[in-house]
Write a protein of this length. Structure first.
Length: 421
């Protein structure tokens, strides 16, 4: 990479400074109790503690025979141990057969092990394997130790131990673990309620017949989808012209009675003549320049209890601004322990120039053909940050993040890559 000594001009905030401002305002929302059947994608507000031991009782780890170890400890194919089978124990059985020397119980995986047994011999270590339950068990391979193939009560987790920590997102694996410990209800943060407003007189509904100067509106689709993916409840999605009165009416509706926790707008925050968001909100929230490309013009603040984000209007700028500023805030409102996307450092197969003094977010595609050496390539044919991209976003897997002091990236350079999936 080619470095320079020139950093962001004093008039611009760094991305880190703006992120810090946003996250300081994004306080976790209230907690609520929900059944685990409705908790997928939610964020834990409190640690979850096991209600029961896991396993709940000594159980068989194999299909085979519950035995007394001394009966089989020297068994071989030439000198097998023959045991009389007195019981059949499928999973879920409550039977408690009493074993003594020379006796065994046929047992299936997960079934409770009789208290008088201390080892399980798998069918594979017997002469005839699975057969009628009351046939003799002929053991041809001795267990390695007493207690073999028995999962002991509580060996994985004891009742009262922490199963999942506050701040964790509940996915399928976490919910399975919680259910396995006998817990049916968890405390989670309330989902942020989000309103989306896309501004621009030039915007037309996708599928509409376009007049001269009009373009299909896509920012509201982008923002609503990204907010939902970040765990928010999108309560309204609107598109409005660059008229102050029309935007004010939608703004008031979104914020009425504290219905929205977050309002995200696109467009109308730059230095043009028809910047409707700036015209209406210039005295209520802060409009700043952030040292990032794309996404330099930004607005942020609080009105009553709602966080307000004013993003620029180009779709690629909206997408980058959301990843850098809005998504972390939505996760912080949910009390998420980690609010940033995972990062990797990967080699790029193509070079590009980067604007001095601004942290650059370059949409890239990942080459995962070699699992040991992933690489990236800019999604835009010209290798740019793609502020003009819209349709090209469909092929983006990640963003390469280039520091403000770097003026050029060469093929083969390692770059920090923010993974999007």
């Amino acid at each position: 990479m080619r470095h320079t000594t020139s950093l962001a001009p004093p008039a611009m905030l760094t991305v880190e400074d703006q992120q810090a401002e946003v996250l300081a305002a994004a306080r976790p929302l209230d907690a609520e109790a929900v059944p685990i059947t409705q908790a997928a994608g939610r964020t834990l507000a409190a640690d979850v503690h096991a209600r029961v031991d896991v396993p709940l009782f000594d159980n068989s780890a194999m299909d085979g025979y519950a035995v007394i170890f001394t009966d089989v400890e020297v068994a071989t194919a030439e000198h097998p141990a023959e045991l009389r089978v007195i019981a059949d124990l499928p999973a879920g059985s409550a039977a408690e057969p009493a074993l003594s020397t020379g006796l065994a119980a046929r047992i299936m995986t997960g079934a409770p092990v009789p208290r008088t047994a201390n080892t399980v011999v798998p069918f594979e270590h017997t002469r005839d394997g699975l057969q009628a339950w009351d046939a003799a068990a002929i053991v041809t391979t001795a267990p390695l130790r007493k207690g073999a193939n028995i999962r002991r009560r509580g060996e994985e987790l004891r009742a009262g131990a922490v199963v999942a920590r506050a701040g964790a997102m509940l996915g399928a694996l976490q919910l399975t673990a919680i259910a396995a410990t006998g817990v049916d209800t968890v405390q989670v943060r309330r989902r942020p309620r989000v309103s989306v407003i896309s501004t621009g007189t030039e915007l037309a509904t996708p599928g509409a017949v376009l007049a001269r100067g009009q373009i299909p509106e896509s920012n509201s689709v982008l923002l609503a989808s990204m907010c939902a993916e970040a765990g928010a409840d999108v309560i309204s999605v609107d598109t409005v012209t660059d008229e102050d009165a029309a935007f004010t009416a939608l703004l008031d509706h979104a914020l009425r009675a504290g219905s929205a926790d977050v309002l995200v707008t696109s467009g109308g925050v730059s230095a043009g003549a028809h910047e409707v968001v700036k015209n209406v909100l210039r005295d209520r929230i802060e409009f700043v320049a952030v040292a990032m490309q794309p996404g330099r013009p930004q607005a942020f603040g609080r009105i009553d209890d709602a966080l307000i984000f004013g993003l620029p209007g180009n779709p690629a700028s909206v997408a980058v601004s959301f990843e850098a500023l809005v998504r972390p805030a939505l996760l912080a409102l949910q009390g998420r322990k980690t609010v940033q996307r995972p990062m990797l450092r990967l080699a790029t197969t193509a070079g590009w120039r980067s604007p001095t003094g601004r942290q650059q977010y370059v949409p890239v595609t990942l080459d995962r053909s070699d699992p040991a050496a992933w690489s990236v390539r800019p999604a835009a044919a010209d290798g740019s940050s793609g502020a003009h991209l819209a349709a090209g976003l469909a092929g983006v897997d990640a963003y390469a993040i280039v520091p403000a002091e770097v003026s050029a990236v060469a093929p083969g350079d390692l770059v920090d890559v923010m993974l999007l999936s």
